[in-house]
Design a binder for this molecule. Sequence first.
Ligand SMILES: [Zn+2]
Ligand SMILES: [Zn+2]
Length: 283
Amino acid sequence: MGKTSLFDNHNHSQFSFDGQKADLELSARRASELGLGGICFTDHCDLHVPLMKQKYEPKTDEEFEVEKQQSEIDRVKTVLLSEGSPLKIFKGVEIGVYRDVREKIGRYLEENTFDEVIASVHYLDDTDPYWGEYYQDKTFKEAYGGYLEALYTEMKWLGDRFDIMGHYDYITRYAPYPEASILYKDFPDLLDEILRFLAEEGKALEINTKTYRELKGRLPVLDPDILRRYIELGGEFVSLGSDSHKPDGVGFNFQDTAEYLVANGIRYGIHFENRNPVVTPLR
Ligand SMILES: [Zn+2]
Ligand SMILES: [Zn+2]
């Protein structure tokens, strides 16, 4: 199995608002040590931050300085190249999609140039699921279904302006329910719409390995039925992302995840260079 064909397409650096433990150069070095083919830095850009979040965190500016991040990437590229590392390093963004700031998001994506754009939902109903309010008075089906619906609606609106659907199962991470996973059997219609959209539009389904780790005694799983349905609807590629916020998170669980994907019929990973898709085998 060639690790060099695996790419970590989702990583945060010190330029993200929550990147206090991050270090772009050390993360790139970690990716190189692991023998990954490449790493993409996708710092957060959320143009709408819920007011309620200020109760817990005073900082509400969740954009990053694109020029500074990209010139740091250029610097690290030069250093690693001079040391003979074959690692590819890409410039990305994780754009937080939110209905009320669509125009702002559209302008931001037009004005900046990236190798890769991940579209993610971090906030909805003007709340931050991380702090729990979103789940109050909702069944797990309402809470997870609402998240999937927002993701689908905003992806359709974004159209050509993104490449990867970020962590569709993010909403399970901080949920209070015994149902720890997004399972196909619970949301067949909504997942069909989403997976069909990805397959038809050539967008990548992200497998975010940070989701599948134990958190507060719960262990979400990647549902093989979702992968099976994705393939049935014409999907072929997935984007692997560790969602690292520090160097030792890069490439988290990639080898096992790649094997699991191959065992479930997904043979190819994808990454993006100057917004162009590049497909590589998962083994
Ligand atoms: Zn995210
Ligand atoms: Zn992220």
